[in-house]
Design a protein around this ligand. Structure first.
Ligand code: NAD
Length: 498
């Protein structure tokens, strides 16, 4: 059985750790590889390598760093199909969806290719008599990223291309559940010619995460995952003096106004609710139709679509969605459906008991639709992260907005309407970081930045795009006067232009 390796200082080799974890193919339930859970000492080796590589990398002209990125981008594009297959094998998402993931990750590399322009500073001549001032952003040093299972290629690419283009060196701790895709991308990164130690990959669990959070030579941590762990990473990392951005979970609502085209809204909900089996932090998990009539029409339109969802392994080119990532996660999602029934929600389509011939041991859950969900129910309050869509009926637009604002999460949201006033008001005042107007999954493109509000993001910076440059650099401002112009004698007053 294949053992997943670490990559430290350019060497790809197995961890010496005695602790391991199996990696599964979620479509079949078969184990596909063994993942060693690395030790804190191995993380320290990676930090030493990254620290040693930093000075030369920092001092390299940004244009040269960008040239590596251009090569990396070409290789990602050339091998997109292989990366997508590696994703699907351990995550379970369909091939087309995995290709989309690779493409969105590659776009961040494309943005990072523009780093010379992004790092251009500011200059002010004559801030005082013959005094000039310039400000620019400098890299931090060794930085780290801890990533979730649901985008094993894309989320790491949200982080290290930006960090490395800015002149930092990087340590990646991928998800334990699907570690092969990030390793394949690592191989391409090396093929692009990046020197040793610039990117290091250390696999593991809490032991490595804690070692990252406590390590004095790691200056910043990017985290993407569930909210309890995001909060933990933020609290422990900042207590150790690090800069931390920790993106957490979500419960994304889509408001359907009475004037919306119901069929189009239902189609949008299908893709956003069930694509990738609902395992997306930007998935819509709550539909909020405004008014009883809108709700009736929406549920009527959704029911047959959910019933006819095509579910299959990634090798089925016609599948709409695949299995869940692990057996434990499958059980958790099934538990939520049981809980929804117990709480009194109306189960319109029941995905429990779904089984696929030839894949009976796969972690599949059928598309599930609940109606008449209320805001006090657990299935409303908590993130399910599965193919389960809840309809919460609102009597008015204001009630819909109030419900979203009160929810602990504020990652993404959308409104479907033909009314410009309502759309503008919604985008303006909703307490959520990413808003779609007739766009169900408003993931910002690579040259904007991604980030939620409330308990969906801990820290001050969103990820990638211009915010990525700010997160991975710090501002330095230089005020300069040349000796010929220096006055004689000490000046004890605060300098001003008076
Ligand atoms: P997770 O929180 O279980 O794991 C994320 C990372 O944290 C992994 O690398 C894991 O090894 C590590 N980790 C897990 N438990 C830990 C612990 N006790 N101590 C230290 N480290 C620990 O998340 P997941 O299940 O892999 O991913 C799904 C979650 O990620 C969902 O909640 C989803 O909404 C969220 N997510 C958010 C975004 C976003 O941009 N906001 C994007 C993708 C996923």
């Amino acid at each position: 059985m294949e053992t997943i390796c670490n990559a430290i200082n350019g060497a790809v080799s197995a961890s010496a750790s005695s602790r391991t974890q199996p990696v599964f193919n979620p479509a079949t339930g078969e184990q596909s590889s063994v993942l060693p859970l690395s030790t804190a000492a191995e993380l320290d080796d990676a930090v030493k390598a990254a620290k040693a590589a930093f000075p030369e990398w920092r001092d390299m002209p940004p244009l040269k760093r960008a040239r590596y990125m251009f090569k990396f981008r070409e290789l990602l594009d050339k091998h997109a199909d292989d990366i997508a297959r590696a994703i699907s094998k351990e995550h379970g998402k369909t091939h087309a969806d995995a290709l989309g993931e690779v493409s969105r990750g590659t776009e961040v590399v494309e943005f990072a290719c523009g780093i010379p322009n992004l790092l251009k500073g500011e200059f002010s001549r004559n801030v005082g008599p013959a005094i000039d001032s310039h400000a620019d952003r400098q890299p931090l040093g060794v930085v780290a990223g801890i990533t979730p299972f649901n985008f094993p290629a894309m989320v790491p690419l949200w982080m290290y291309p930006m960090a490395i283009a800015c002149g930092n060196t990087f340590i990646l701790k991928p998800s334990e559940r699907d570690p092969s895709a990030p390793m394949l991308v690592y191989d391409l990164f090396r093929e692009a010619g990046f020197p040793d130690g610039i990117l290091n990959v250390v696999h593991g669990d809490k032991e490595v995460v804690d070692a990252i959070l406590d390590h004095p030579d790691i200056k910043a941590v990017s985290f993407v995952g569930s909210t309890p762990i995001a909060e933990y990473v933020y609290t422990r990392g900042t207590a150790a003096g690090k800069r931390v951005q920790a993106l957490g979970g979500a419960k994304n609502h889509m408001v359907v106004m009475p004037d919306a085209d119901i069929d189009k809204a239902a189609d949008a909900l299908m893709g956003a609710g069930y694509g990738s089996a609902g395992e997306r932090c930007m998935a819509i998990s709550v539909a909020v139709p405004v008014g009883e009539e809108t709700a009736d029409k929406l549920v009527t339109a959704l029911k047959p679509k959910v019933e006819s969802l095509r579910i299959g392994p990634a090798t089925d080119a016609d599948a709409d969605m695949g299995p869940l990532v692990t057996k434990q996660h499958q059980e958790k999602v099934l538990g939520y459906i049981d809980e929804g029934v117990r709480e009194g929600a109306e189960l319109v389509v029941d995905g429990r008991g779904f089984s696929l011939q030839g894949y009976e041991n796969g972690y599949f859950v059928g598309g599930t639709l609940f109606d008449r969900v209320t805001t006090d129910m657990k299935i409303y309050k908590e993130e399910i992260f599965g193919p389960v869509l809840s309809v919460v009926r609102a009597n008015s637009y204001d009630e819909a907005v109030g419900m979203i604002d009160k929810h602990e999460y504020g990652n993404g949201t959308a409104i479907f309407t033909r009314n410009g006033d309502a759309a503008r008001d919604f985008a303006d005042r909703i307490e959520v970081g990413m808003v779609g107007v007739n766009v169900p999954i408003p993931v910002p493109v690579a040259y904007h930045s991604f980030g939620g509000w409330k308990r969906s993001l801990f820290g001050d910076h969103s990820i990638y795009g211009p915010e990525g440059v700010r997160f991975y650099t710090r501002l330095k401002t230089v005020t300069a006067r040349w000796p010929d112009d220096l006055h004689e004698g000490a000046v004890f007053t605060f300098p001003s232009m008076k």
